[in-house]
Write a protein that binds this ligand. Structure first.
Ligand code: OKP
Ligand code: ZN
Length: 373
């Protein structure tokens, strides 16, 4: 049986939010080409799947009728709706762009295709790198996200009666996904991110733990700027595996944003590929069914390297570090793994360690008892 599906087609990379926008979907084509150059798609246990757009009814499991109609209309260049009412603005994070509706339904379609393959038992692992748009709200765009494919995919699993654990390693708080399931004990959300004191969207304090029946089913692990591999992994390993194991999900959904890397221009977290590999290896062992989604990541070469490493691990193969020469010459990416580390002064490192430890202790105090840990 195939081990892992990669759900992607070139059209997902061709949408332009704005010429100078920091989120460049072309990173997805770069990732695809790097994977191809590394031979990932010719592994016998790899399945490359081309997605179709989602239907409008899929969007409506989370988004409002009015918002879907507004995105569709604005996407065509019409002036019936006021962009500002849905958090769109020309120079801001969420510009109105021609074709944004089609790009949105194709992205949601990719994540739903991946989700369906898991439910139908076609593969144990499915990766939708275009997905992971975790900030979109029911009635407005946010943080470069128009439609919230993680929530829509989780809604699909919930409709099959499944319990879902969601782990989000993007540098930004997974506010849209957390809010959607804040009162539910059928979805455990865990977000690790740079503290909202310094980074968009400003939420995700460790005191946010869910409400009502959902109390203890939202988990936040905020981290300080300059958090490095060792500090991150120490915190991650103490929180994510025990909680996911206690919850016993039917499916693990992960958002694998690559913006916690030290070369990323948007966050101040300082991970290398080493931590990223360890995280992926840990996630892989947590659940027999795994929907992996993409997410943030604004240094194009870093995104391509980290997601190539991730899909290699999903296939269970150790991809060679050295990038084949044709690709190296075309794109200047020499190795998949990092061979340099960020230099962090001792006082900053220690402050980051203290911050991480405090977040971990808060979660252990507020959340662990609810799961009998
Ligand atoms: C999306 B993802 C202030 C700047 C905020 C938004 C960042 C969105 C990140 N207007 N920028 O989680 O990587
Ligand atoms: Zn992010």
């Amino acid at each position: 049986m195939q081990q892992a599906a990669y759900v992607y087609k070139k059209a997902l990379s061709e949408h332009v939010l704005r010429e100078d926008h920091v989120l460049q979907p072309s990173r997805l084509q770069l990732t695809y080409e790097l994977l191809d150059a590394c031979g990932a798609f010719s592994q016998p246990n790899s399945l490359l799947v081309s997605p179709e757009p989602s239907g409008e009814s899929d969007l409506l499991t989370f988004h409002t009728d009015e918002y879907v109609a507004a995105v569709k209309s604005l996407s065509r260049g019409e002036t019936k709706y006021n962009p500002a009412d849905y958090n769109f603005s020309d120079r801001g994070d969420n510009p109105v762009s021609p074709g944004m509706y089609e790009a949105g339904i194709l992205t949601v379609g990719a994540s739903l295709t991946a989700a369906r393959m898991l439910v139908e038992g076609k593969v144990p692992i499915a990766f939708s790198p275009a997905g992971g748009l975790h900030h979109a709200a029911p009635a407005y765009a946010s943080g470069f996200c128009v439609f919230n494919d993680p929530v829509i995919a989780i809604d699909y699993f919930l409709n099959k009666g499944m319990r879902i654990a969601y782990v989000d390693i993007d540098a930004h708080h997974a506010d849209g996904v957390q809010n959607a399931f804040y009162a539910s004990n059928k979805v455990l959300t865990i977000s690790l991110h740079e503290t909202g004191q310094f980074l968009f969207p400003g939420t995700g304090d460790s005191s946010e733990t869910g409400t009502g029946e959902g109390l203890g089913y939202a988990v936040n692990l905020p981290l300080a700027p300059y958090t490095d591999d060792q500090v991150y992994l120490g915190a991650f390993q103490q929180i994510a595996p025990p909680l996911v194991k206690a919850f016993q999900p039917d499916v693990l959904v992960t958002q694998l944003g690559a913006d916690a890397h030290y070369l990323d221009p948007l966050s101040h977290l300082c991970l290398t590929s080493h931590a990223y590999i360890e995280i992926i290896k840990t996630l892989r062992q947590l659940c027999p069914r795994w929907l992996a989604l993409g997410g943030g990541g604004y240094d194009l070469a870093t995104v391509a390297r980290l997601w190539t490493l991730a899909y290699g691990l999903m296939l269970g193969v150790e991809l060679p570090d050295e990038v084949p020469s044709a690709f190296r010459q075309r794109y200047g990416i020499e190795c998949l793994r990092d061979h340099q580390q960020p230099k962090i002064d001792a006082p900053l490192r220690e402050a980051a360690q203290r911050y991480a430890s405090a977040s971990v202790e808060t979660i252990k105090r507020l959340v662990f008892p609810i799961h009998n840990i």
